[in-house]
Design a protein around this ligand. Structure first.
Ligand code: NDP
Length: 332
């Protein structure tokens, strides 16, 4: 039997489970020459999927209504008529929210569970690890001794950004939503300081205190007032990496922020948005470095694993409540 999750309606504001529809199909899946049969093992839920659920113009087409939602998936090959894959292989790629599906293998990467846990190919060794590594290095151009602020610091991307910055020798300040997350940033991931944006009375002042020499790099995962507060603390020639803006993904009105231009002009600063897939030619080098740091114990990771196919929509929605530490993954 195949279970599938369709996008039933486009969310208005925060997504709800009623935006999704579960469908069951009892027919046997058949494969033709060149195809493989896949059984889903792990599903990645990511904030950027929210953008694909609306029909606004973006860098990637919106999901179609009444069609399966897609995200990063690790799946097991359970039958193969494709010479590149054999029964028992594991693959990762953009696949549908289905328990079982047929693929021609295009766009799928073989992953090896004996090298690293399978779930890590969706996180630290997957899209979010690549985002952290490439965003920080390609745009941030970090130099030892500089100070970086990371927002969304306890999440999948942010926790890796902070650790890479530490490896390079920066002073690292993380911003996250709970004291428990701040404690984790300092004890598990080696951040120098953390600010809880939910309890801080003055984020701007708290950043100034944690960064007495100012902020050279800001890795922005959240946008909104948190990012405004960082701008007041940037140094001359600061680099601001716009990775995401989760604080406004569910906004129903155009969000208002401070004017960035005076901050950028005064400081000759760079602010640049990026999409990880822009750097696809650098993925092999990035994965090699992330894997090496992992095996040397210089890099670590946290995952929040939710169990059960039926819990995929809830796990996705929980990202907007900060219920995850590190990468949010659903184990099927
Ligand atoms: P996370 O693992 O960081 O999960 C989301 C986190 O965002 C939550 O745990 C929560 O943590 C925080 N959050 C939720 N709502 C708010 C809010 N209103 N204000 C501030 N923080 C909030 O997700 P990812 O690491 O996968 O993604 C992080 C960002 O990077 C997202 O914006 C995403 O869209 C972006 N991204 C961009 C890519 C690119 O190519 N440009 C690729 C991958 C991701 P807390 O408890 O701290 O609030």
């Amino acid at each position: 039997m195949t279970n599938t999750i369709l996008l039933k309606s486009r969310p208005e504001g925060k997504p709800t489970v009623s935006n999704f529809e579960f469908v069951k199909d009892n027919s046997e899946l058949e494969i033709n020459d060149g195809e493989i049969l896949l059984e889903t093992a792990y599903v990645s839920v990511d904030p950027y999927l929210r953008g694909r659920m609306s029909d606004a113009k973006s860098y990637i087409p919106p999901f179609e209504l009444n069609k399966p939602v897609q995200s990063g998936v690790v799946a097991k090959v359970t039958a193969s008529k494709n010479d590149n894959f054999k029964n028992g292989d594991y693959v990762s790629g953009m696949l549908a929210w289905k328990t079982h599906q047929v693929s021609n293998g295009e766009g799928l990467l073989k992953v090896d569970g004996s090298q690293a846990p399978l779930s890590t190919y969706l996180g630290v060794l997957g899209m979010t690890g690549l985002t952290a590594y490439l965003g920080l290095n390609q745009i941030g151009k970090p130099v030892a001794g500089e100070t970086i602020v990371v927002s969304g610091a306890a999440g999948a991307v942010g926790s890796v950004v902070g650790q890479i910055a530490k490896i390079i020798g920066l002073n690292v300040i993380g911003i996250a939503g709970t004291d428990e997350k701040i404690e984790m940033l300092k004890t598990k991931f080696g951040f120098d300081a953390g600010i809880n944006y939910n309890t801080s009375k003055d984020i701007k002042a708290d950043i100034a205190k944690a960064a007495p020499n100012g902020v050279d790099i800001y890795f922005d995962n959240v946008g909104g007032p948190i990012s405004d507060a960082v701008l007041f603390n940037i140094n001359r020639l600061a680099r601001i990496i716009i990775c995401g803006a989760i604080s406004v993904y569910n906004s129903t009105e155009t969000p208002m922020s401070v004017s960035v231009q005076p901050f950028l002009v005064k400081n000759s600063a760079l602010m640049q948005g990026f999409i990880v897939s822009n750097y696809a030619e650098k993925f092999p080098e990035a994965i090699q470095q992330l894997s090496a740091w992992l095996s040397e114990g210089k890099l670590t990771y946290t995952e929040t694993i939710v169990e059960g196919f039926e819990n995929i929509p809830n796990a996705f929605i929980d990202l907007f409540e900060g219920k995850n530490k590190g990468k949010m993954i659903v184990k099927i």
